[in-house]
Design a protein around this ligand. Structure first.
Ligand code: ZN
Length: 91
């Protein structure tokens, strides 16, 4: 098990600590899995299956730090300000 920190975009942007495939794995050659193309009954290409290699566990991930979504309209607001802060001038 080799842990690596990376930025993941799913299900939401976050810094995650995740397991990674063995780079010298004889089964997946470090790619983390093997592709299987399959066809329908006429032999035409119908899709690709992806088998996750047992040399790593892609469900073993730990969210270290949720990252804010990239949004527009953030320039006029202080994201670090207190909740409920209003910049309307007093009358
Ligand atoms: Zn492997």
């Amino acid at each position: 098990m080799r842990l690596r920190i990376k930025v993941d975009g799913w299900p939401r942007r976050a810094l995650v600590l995740t397991d990674t495939p063995r780079p010298n794995c004889p089964d997946c050659r470090g790619e983390g899995g093997t592709e299987h193309h399959y066809g329908d009954h006429t032999g035409e290409y119908a899709g690709t299956d992806w088998d996750v290699c047992p040399c790593w566990d892609n469900t073993r991930r730990l969210v270290l730090l949720p990252l804010p979504q990239r949004r527009r309209h953030t320039a006029d607001r202080d994201p670090w300000g207190p909740a409920g802060y209003s910049d309307e001038p007093p009358f």
